[in-house]
Design a protein around this ligand. Structure first.
Ligand SMILES: *Cc1c(COP(=O)(O)O)cnc(C)c1O
Length: 432
């Protein structure tokens, strides 16, 4: 980790001794640093708590999906919080997970792999679980198993089944075998002497608990058609994180994690998987709350705010996923005269269209930020719950690449309520 990644770094200390500067809250970090570049606020306590909450709630193996956020600081905290398995998809992810947690199990759950990556996984990283959805992938794997003289039984191949989901992102269109095809694949794998598993991934930010139940039902159908022993059922990721909602509309029902998991477990029992070891690959639900980003308003033009971050930096998930991010206004105290404040000193909450830092015309968020109308050029906005798919999806497009980190002790939602978070109990307080 290079020193430039931290807001203030002692220049003489060796890298291992460098700790990110620490603040009680994002607001304190913004007011002290007065940053002109985006600053990521990492909350290790929140990450550890959310990881433990998932470990406690899910009665099976929890394999954190590294693609969601593979920062070394994240993998480190997860390993220390008790995450002992990682869902990895590439050589870079094998290395990152192994470096953070040398003893952890790696599950290579990408269904379409380069031959050289399969070899690296089996030979160098000693990975023994992987996924596939096509017979040509079986052939690739078998070639390496023979070349390395491995015992096929030591390897578990999870056949990925296509499942119709109801998520913010629908992933079953890209991967997965139809039930009949999946059953044939299982028979083929079993015939070679390789151990069989079943997996699905219903998409990301799944808020309908029945989605998992439907996928488990398909898995049962495939198992019955194949008639071969299944050593594990991997239910993938997709468990939802908490985001914001439009403060002018009633909060949509968002089932707690416990309800999603109990719905899933009901289906597991009903469909005869109670005795089958389970695996989950959560990403978003574990890491979303653990980061916020402090951005600066570079310009206000009416209801438009131009900020120093955007869809090519930290906010692509919000752009593509139709996710409304929770936001908090941090007014610049150096700015004493503020238009738009009523006599009471309060400020109405208004939707603002957010324009990103690059010159690209698509760099506009699809969802507004709900902020006090007094927000102005030079103010900061702390955008919460961006831990999933924001740091990992940053690009260097147009030369903008946020890479400054601080540590923050309290959760984003602690303290005064974020304006654009709109938790139900706050709705009465928002002026219409
Ligand atoms: C992306 C991904 C995950 C993680 O999904 P979340 O929605 O972040 O929980 C898990 N498994 C697979 C196969 C994935 O591709």
């Amino acid at each position: 980790m290079s020193q430039s990644r931290f807001a203030i770094a002692p220049s003489s200390a060796p890298p291992a001794a460098i700790a990110a500067p620490r603040f009680a809250s994002g607001r304190e970090a913004a007011l002290e640093l007065r940053p002109d570049q985006p600053v990521y606020c990492f909350r290790p306590h929140v990450l550890a708590a959310d990881a433990r909450a998932f470990l406690d709630a899910f009665p099976g193996k929890t394999a954190y999906a590294v693609k969601t956020n593979g920062e070394p600081m994240v993998l480190d905290v997860l390993a220390r919080a008790g995450i002992s398995a990682f869902d990895v998809a590439s050589p870079a992810e094998f290395a990152a997970a192994r470096a953070a947690a040398p003893g952890a199990e790696l599950l290579y759950m990408h269904p379409v792999k380069a031959q050289s990556d399969i070899r690296l996984a089996l030979e160098h990283y000693r990975i023994r679980s992987t996924a596939l959805d096509h017979e040509d992938e079986v052939a690739k794997i078998v070639r390496i198993v023979r070349a390395l003289d491995l015992d096929p039984e030591d390897l578990t191949l999870f056949v990925r089944i296509a499942s119709k989901g109801d998520a913010a992102y629908e992933l079953s269109k890209k991967f997965g075998a139809a039930p009949g095809h999946a059953a044939e694949l299982l028979q083929r794998i079993h015939g070679i002497g390789i151990t069989c598993g079943l997996c699905f991934h219903v998409g990301s930010q799944v808020e309908d608990p029945d989605t998992y139940a439907r996928a488990v039902a398909v898995a049962a159908e495939v198992r019955a058609a194949a008639g071969v022993p299944i050593v594990a059922l991997d239910v993938g990721g997709g468990f939802p994180a908490t985001y914001a909602h439009n403060p002018r509309r009633p909060a949509p029902p968002m089932p707690p994690l416990a309800d999603i998991i109990s719905g899933l477990m009901g289906a597991v029992e009903r469909h005869g998987f109670a005795g089958t070891p389970l695996v989950a690959e959560p990403g978003r639900v574990i890491v979303a709350r653990s980061f916020s980003v402090i951005v600066r308003v570079l310009l206000k033009k009416g209801q438009r705010l131009y900020i120093n971050d955007g869809v090519w930096s930290s906010l692509s998930d919000s752009w593509t996923g139709k996710i409304l991010l929770p936001v908090r206004h941090i007014p610049d105290p150096a700015r004493r005269r503020r238009p738009g404040r009523g006599a009471s000193g309060s400020s109405r909450i208004e939707p603002f269209r957010i324009y990103g830092a690059t010159c690209d015309s698509v760099d506009v968020l699809s969802r507004p930020f709900y902020l006090p109308e007094s927000v102005d050029t030079g103010d900061w906005i702390e955008i919460g719950h961006i831990g999933a798919y924001s740091l990992s999806l940053r690009t260097r497009f147009n030369g903008f690449y946020p890479d400054t980190f601080v540590e923050v002790e309290t959760p984003f939602e602690a303290g005064d309520a974020p304006e654009g978070f709109a938790e139900p109990e706050r709705r009465g307080g928002v002026e219409e």
